[in-house]
Design a binder for this molecule. Structure first.
Ligand SMILES: C[S@@+](CC[C@H](N)C(=O)[O-])C[C@H]1O[C@@H](n2cnc3c(N)ncnc32)[C@H](O)[C@@H]1O
Length: 356
């Protein structure tokens, strides 16, 4: 998923820097601003026990599948509906269930009625976040997943797994420049194509992992471990507004929508890390409350917190250091008139080895 602040292309830098810093006794890796979950997934693959968290529900869903779930889904209660599953190896059942959902009849539901032109053209506010057919397909699949879950046809792991596959698939065909803060007037090429559900891979291992959906400053007081990795937002762009449609598809809770873009209420998801007046205090509280041996922080040289403040606050807990890497800026759109200072930023990985 193309996500603001994703660390996908920085994974090697993070892995190498973290491994250079820690000792051999670390078992738990904690990713508290998890987003797409790629950082936790990398360390899960390396055998760590992962704790993952994000304030956004769609991220919770992605992380439930990618991090907490560590076995292939069995889909036992779907045998009467999809009989071939019974004779299929467990590792190959995902594909069969996904193909079944990919081919169910499309249906006009909440997404079509509120976020597609066909559903909004007679309303005061018209929206075109998806093609009509993609909106209907999304509604049909999302509703089927909910019904299966309510009727105990799928368990919790299977439920999150299927919603994750839907989010990953439809996001690639959204009619946006990149984020959901606005939609494009005309359907762009990729948005005209019907999305296809694909089974996402599961990282199979024997460790138990845990995923939370909380404000980080509350959660930090309830957990402990070896490595704490922090990747907060760097600037004022709230994830709740930029990814509101993923939230609505993930929750499918028929929210009251506001304004041109169909924003849902997000007062409980407004992040202090996106507010200049609150970020320093929130970060200091987070660092002082943490119960980990190593704390790492990803941040760049243009964020709301300045480097001096970060160093000062992290040094309160022990020996401070940092690694750097040049990085291409996230481009939300092709707007050439934007007043960018430079095309690259410097990405920092700050760390503190906590004094015992
Ligand atoms: C820079 S992104 C993380 C990207 C992630 N490392 C990745 O590679 O996909 C920051 C994340 O922090 C989450 N977030 C912001 N404020 C939060 C808070 N107070 N508590 C928990 N999560 C928060 C956002 O929802 C967003 O997913």
């Amino acid at each position: 998923m193309n996500y603001i602040g994703s660390k996908y292309s920085l994974l090697n830098f993070l892995e190498n820097s973290i491994e250079q810093t820690i000792d051999n006794n670390c078992n738990t890796f904690c990713d508290l601003f998890a987003g797409t979950g790629v950082v936790g997934a990398k360390f899960k693959e390396k055998g760590y026990k992962i704790i993952s968290n994000d304030i956004q529900y769609y991220s919770y869903v992605l992380n439930k599948s990618l991090i907490e779930n560590h076995k292939d889904p069995i889909f036992k209660n779907l045998f009467p509906i999809i009989p071939i599953l019974k004779k299929t190896k467990i590792s190959e059942r995902k594909k069969i269930v996904i193909d079944y959902l990919d081919n169910i009849p499309h249906k006009e539901g909440f997404i079509f009625n509120n976020f597609c032109l066909g559903g909004t053209k007679t309303k005061e506010i018209k929206r075109q976040y998806f093609s009509d057919e993609n909106g209907k397909k999304c509604d049909a699949i999302r509703q089927k997943i909910e019904i299966w879950f309510e009727e105990n046809k799928i368990n919790e792991d299977e439920y999150y797994y299927l919603i994750t596959c839907l989010l990953e698939a439809i996001d690639k065909h959204a009619n946006t420049a990149s984020v959901y803060g606005a939609f494009l007037k005309k359907l762009k090429k990729s948005a005209q194509k019907l999305f296809t559900l694909k089974p996402i891979n599961i990282i199979v291992n024997d460790e138990e992992h845990k995923v939370f959906n909380m404000d980080v400053n509350k959660l930090i007081k309830q957990i402990n471990g070896d490595i704490l990795y922090l990747d907060p937002p760097y600037n004022h762009r709230q994830y709740a507004t930029n990814y509101h449609l993923l939230e609505t598809i993930a929750k499918y809770d028929y929210p009251k929508l506001h304004g041109k873009t169909g924003l849902r209420d997000y007062k409980n998801q407004k992040s202090a890390y996106c507010q200049k007046s609150k970020v320093k205090e929130a970060f200091k509280e987070l660092i002082l409350s943490s119960n980990f041996y190593y704390i790492f922080l990803s941040y760049n040289n243009e964020g709301l917190l300045n480097l001096e403040d970060i160093k000062k606050i992290m040094s309160l807990r022990g020996k401070y250091g940092h690694y750097t890497q040049k990085y291409n800026r996230f481009k939300a759109d092709q707007n050439k008139n934007r007043n960018y200072k430079a095309n690259t930023t410097t990405e920092y990985l700050h760390y503190v080895i906590v004094k015992k």
